[in-house]
Write a protein that binds this ligand. Structure first.
Ligand code: C2E
Ligand code: MG
Ligand code: MG
Length: 591
C-alpha cells in the first residue's frame, strides 16, 4: 500500500517551502501531507487543518483561485495527481489577503521509499519568485529555465517572462526619460484562417507576426501570449506615430501572409507611475476588447471610462448567484409568428438581468461574462427551470401553451450532462398535468457552436433528441456557415440570423438569394425555417415570397415578461393572435 511513513511525514511537514504531497493507490488517495510553509502560505494552522480541508486536497486554495482559472487548474492538478500527466507546471492567480497574486506551481514525483512514489506540488508566490526558485532549484534541481520562459513556436519570450521581467523593463524605459506603453495584439479570425489554410499555415502566420513585431519594435519586449495574442512593451514617441505604425504592421501582415487574413488589432495602454505591469496589460486587453469587431480601425488606446465597464464585468461575476437567488434574472418571452396565418406559433425565452440598482441588463452584457467565467451552465439551467415553473401560470391564465425555445451555450455541455439535468427538472415539474410533452421545449444551439462541437457535445444532443426535446439551429448564416449541420445532425429548424435580413439589398441582393435557396434546401430535407429580426412590412413580404415558415422580430412582438403579457391580457389586448393546438398539429403534419 502506498502510504507516507511517519518519519517522512515529520521531515516534510517541517519544510519551509510551501508544498503538499500525496500518494494515490488505484485511484484512491492514501495519504496527504502539507509542509509548514504551505500552511503559512495559506494562512491556516495545523490544528485547524482537518476542518479546513476535510480531506479535500488544497480545497481552500481552490476556493481562492481566480474563477477564470479554477476549471483549468482542477483538471491539470487531477491529471497530475492521478498519474495521467507526468508534468505539472502551471501559473494561476489566487487571492492572497486582499489581492490576486500569481502563483507558480510545479509538481514532480518523489520516490519516498522503494515501493512508494508520491506526487509533490510546490507553490511559489511569483512576487517572491526568484528567491523561492533558487531555494527549490538547489534542493530538487528540476527547474529547466529556458522552457519556462520561451514560447516554442515563435521563440519569443512567453507570458512567464513578461510577469517576471516586464516591470524591470518598464522601469528602465522610465529611467531613460521615455514613456512605456503596453500593446496587446489579437489576430482577427485566427480560427477561420486555421480552418481555411490548415494548422501549419496558422502556425506560420503567428511566426510571421512574431517576426514583424520584432522588426518593428527592435527595442521592445515582444511576448507571445496565449493562443493568437502578442504583447509588446516598449517606449512610445507619440500616440499618433504609434497609431500609424500599428496600421502599417497590420498592412504588412495582410500582404506578407500566405493566405487572406483580416490582420490584427491592438489595445494600447500608456504606462502610468504606480501601475503594476499586470494592470497595464489588463487595460490594454480591455482597450482591445472595446475595439470589438470593428475592422475599420486596428488599434485603440485605453481610456479611463473603460474601467466602468470593467467594473460591471466584475459586478456580474460577483453578483450572479445573488441575482439568481433574488429573482433578478427574468424571462422575456418573444413570440414568433407563422407567416402563412399571421398567428403566434411559440416563444423564445430570452434572459434579462433586472438589477435593482443598475436597471435592466441585456444578455450582450452578461452572457459573454458568464461564459468567460464558466458560469453560463448555471444560467441556462436556471432559465430552463424557470420556463418550466412558468407553465402553470400560463395554463391557469388560459394562455395556449405554445412551445418555448431556450438558448444553450456549447460550454454547458462541457460542464454538465444537459439531458440528465433537463430530464430531472422536467420530472420535478410534472408537465404532463398541462397536456404537453418534451417537444414543447426547444433547445437552441448556434450554428457556430455546432460547427466546433465535440463528441461529448453531439452525444448529448443526440440524447436530447431521443428523449423528445426539439432542436433548433440559431443564428444560421452569421458567418460560420457550415452546411454540413444538415448532414451531420437531425434538427427541426434553422433560424436565419437577423443580419441576413438587415442587409437584404447589399451586393446585388445576395442575401435574398441565400435565404431563398436555403429555404429551398431546408424544405427538401424536411427542416423548418424561421427568420429573426423582422422589423418591416417589406421584410415580411420578402419572407412570405421566399417561402419561409416562421418569423420573429419587433414588427410582430418585442420580448416582454409574462407579467406584462398578463397585464395586457387583462386590458383585453392579447399579443397578436395565437394559433390553436389543432392548427399547430396541422402544420406539423404537413411536413
Ligand atoms: P438570439 O438567440 O439570436 O436571440 C435573438 C435576439 O434578437 C434577442 O436579443 C432579441 O431580443 C433580438 N431581436 C428579436 N427581434 C428583433 C428585431 O426585430 N430587431 C432587432 N434588432 N433585434 C431583435 P437579446 O434578448 O438581447 O439576446 C441576445 C442573444 O443573447 C441571444 O441571441 C442569445 O444568443 C443570447 N441569450 C439570451 N438569453 C440567453 C440565455 O438564457 N442563455 C444563453 N446561453 N444565451 C442567451
Ligand atoms: Mg436564440
Ligand atoms: Mg439568433
Amino acid at each position: 500500500m502506498y502510504k507516507i511513513s511517519d518519519e517522512i511525514r515529520r521531515i516534510y511537514e517541517a519544510l519551509e517551502i510551501p508544498l503538499f504531497m500525496m500518494t494515490v493507490d488505484n485511484g484512491e488517495v492514501t495519504s496527504v501531507l502539507y509542509s509548514d510553509g504551505f500552511l503559512k502560505f495559506q494562512g491556516v494552522s495545523r490544528e485547524s487543518l482537518e476542518s479546513v480541508y476535510e480531506g479535500n486536497i488544497e480545497g481552500s486554495l481552490f476556493e481562492r483561485v481566480h474563477p477564470e482559472e479554477t476549471a483549468k487548474l482542477k483538471r491539470v492538478t487531477d491529471d497530475f495527481l492521478f498519474g495521467i500527466e507526468d508534468e505539472y507546471d502551471v501559473i494561476f492567480r489566487a487571492k492572497i489577503g486582499d489581492e490576486y497574486r500569481f502563483i507558480h506551481a510545479v509538481g514532480f514525483r518523489q520516490n519516498i521509499y522503494a515501493e512508494c512514489k508520491a506526487s509533490v506540488i510546490v507553490y511559489s508566490d511569483m512576487k517572491k519568485h526568484e528567491e523561492v526558485v533558487t531555494q527549490i532549484t538547489e534542493r530538487y534541481r528540476f527547474f529547466g529555465d529556458d522552457d519556462f520562459y520561451i514560447d516554442k513556436l515563435t521563440d519569443l519570450p512567453n507570458i512567464n517572462y513578461f510577469h517576471q521581467f516586464g516591470m524591470e523593463k518598464t522601469k528602465d524605459i522610465v529611467a531613460a526619460g521615455k514613456t512605456p506603453v503596453i500593446m496587446y495584439y489579437d489576430v482577427d479570425s485566427m480560427q477561420s484562417y486555421n480552418n481555411q489554410y490548415g494548422l501549419k499555415a496558422g502556425d506560420n502566420l503567428l511566426i510571421l507576426i512574431a517576426n514583424i513585431l520584432s522588426e518593428e519594435f527592435p527595442e521592445g519586449m515582444i511576448v507571445r501570449g496565449a493562443d493568437d495574442h502578442f504583447i509588446v512593451l516598449t517606449a512610445m514617441e507619440s500616440k499618433t506615430a504609434l497609431g500609424i505604425q500599428i496600421c502599417e504592421i497590420n498592412n504588412r501582415i495582410k500582404t506578407e501572409a500566405y493566405g487572406n487574413t483580416t490582420g490584427i488589432h491592438a489595445g494600447v495602454c500608456e504606462y502610468k507611475e504606480g501601475y503594476g505591469i499586470i494592470d497595464g496589460l489588463d487595460r490594454a486587453k480591455l482597450a482591445n476588447k472595446f475595439l470589438g469587431e470593428d475592422l475599420n480601425t486596428c488599434f485603440r488606446f485605453f481610456e479611463y471610462t473603460d474601467i466602468d465597464e470593467f467594473i460591471s464585468e466584475r459586478y456580474i461575476v460577483e453578483n450572479f448567484r445573488k441575482a439568481i437567488r433574488s429573482g433578478w434574472i427574468k424571462i422575456y418571452y418573444q413570440c414568433f409568428l407563422r407567416l402563412e396565418t399571421g398567428n403566434g406559433a411559440g416563444f423564445e425565452a430570452l434572459s434579462r438581468w433586472v438589477d435593482p440598482d443598475k436597471g435592466v441588463l441585456s444578455p450582450a452584457q452578461f452572457i459573454p461574462v458568464l461564459e468567460k467565467y464558466h458560469l453560463i451552465h448555471e444560467m441556462d439551467l436556471y432559465m430552463f427551470e424557470k420556463v418550466c415553473s412558468e407553465i402553470k401560470p400560463r395554463y391557469d391564465a388560459n394562455l395556449p401553451i405554445l412551445p418555448v425555445s431556450i438558448n444553450f451555450s456549447r460550454q454547458d455541455f462541457d460542464h454538465i450532462d444537459v439531458p440528465t439535468q433537463l430530464n430531472r427538472i422536467i420530472e420535478r415539474y410534472k408537465i404532463g398535468r398541462y397536456n404537453i410533452d418534451k417537444s414543447y421545449f426547444i433547445i437552441e444551439i448556434t450554428e457556430q457552436d455546432m460547427a466546433v462541437g465535440t463528441e461529448r457535445f453531439f452525444d448529448q444532443l443526440a440524447r436530447l433528441r431521443e428523449s423528445g426535446f426539439g432542436l433548433w439551429i440559431d443564428d444560421f448564416g452569421s458567418g460560420y456557415s457550415s452546411l454540413n449541420v444538415f448532414s451531420r445532425f437531425d434538427v427541426d429548424l434553422i433560424k436565419f440570423d437577423m443580419d441576413l435580413l438587415k442587409n437584404l439589398d447589399d451586393h446585388n441582393g445576395a442575401n435574398r438569394e441565400i435565404i431563398k435557396a436555403m429555404v429551398g434546401v431546408a424544405k427538401k430535407l424536411g427542416v423548418h425555417t424561421l427568420c429573426e429580426g423582422m422589423e418591416t412590412e417589406e421584410q415580411k413580404q420578402f419572407l412570405i415570397e421566399a417561402g419561409c415558415e416562421l418569423a420573429q422580430g419587433y414588427l410582430y412582438h418585442k420580448p416582454e415578461p409574462l407579467d406584462t403579457i398578463f397585464y395586457r391580457l387583462g386590458l383585453g389586448i392579447p399579443i397578436p393572435s395565437w394559433e390553436t393546438e389543432e392548427e399547430r398539429k396541422n402544420f406539423e403534419d404537413k411536413w
